[in-house]
Design a protein around this ligand. Structure first.
Ligand SMILES: [Cu+2]
Length: 170
């Protein structure tokens, strides 16, 4: 093998190694995002959010689709303490929020509060009633339109947690 060709082969070998480690890195990246956080989809269907109760882990993303005629806004006093409020634009397809705080989040669609378009997200242990559940319930008095619909969503949260508890191994 001449000097020139051996240099050439060394280069190819090096590029191969780099490519290999790059692929490994990309693979690990996807693996880690897959392991540590995930995306949940909430869809506007008619004048309802589906699902009405979403269970997530800290750091997960919630993506809103089917947004024609809808928006998504968190309700003040109905989020875990320290959690960021959110508000999408009207019809903002694919609007995504990342939830960093454990607890219960209640959100609404502004054009449809009167017909009860509310939803809930539980971040954290799905078999335990969220730590701010009572606080959210107390703050029901501050909801002007759709109070009963929010109450209904809270009942759904309670039921969903209980059914998760009933089906959890241990
Ligand atoms: Cu709506």
């Amino acid at each position: 093998m001449s000097n020139k060709t051996s240099v050439k082969y060394m280069k190819i070998g090096l590029i191969g190694m780099l490519k290999n480690s790059l692929f490994k890195l990309i693979f690990l990246f996807f693996l880690s995002t897959e392991t540590f956080s995930s995306e949940h989809v909430v869809k506007g269907v008619g004048m309802e959010w589906k699902p009405s109760v979403t269970f997530a882990k800290t750091g997960d993303r919630i993506k809103f689709i089917g947004m024609i005629g809808h928006d998504s806004e968190s309700i003040e006093n109905m989020l875990p303490s320290g959690a960021q409020n959110w508000k999408s634009k009207m019809g903002e397809e694919g609007f995504t929020v990342t939830l960093d705080k454990e607890g219960l989040y209640i959100y609404k669609c502004n054009p449809h509060v009167a017909v009860g378009m509310f939803g809930a997200i539980v971040v954290g242990e799905p078999t335990r009633i969220p730590n701010n559940f009572d606080k959210v319930t107390e703050n029901l008095t501050k909801v002007r339109i759709g109070k009963n619909a929010v109450k209904k969503v809270l009942t759904k949260v309670e039921r969903a947690v209980k059914s998760k508890l009933a089906h959890s191994p241990s």
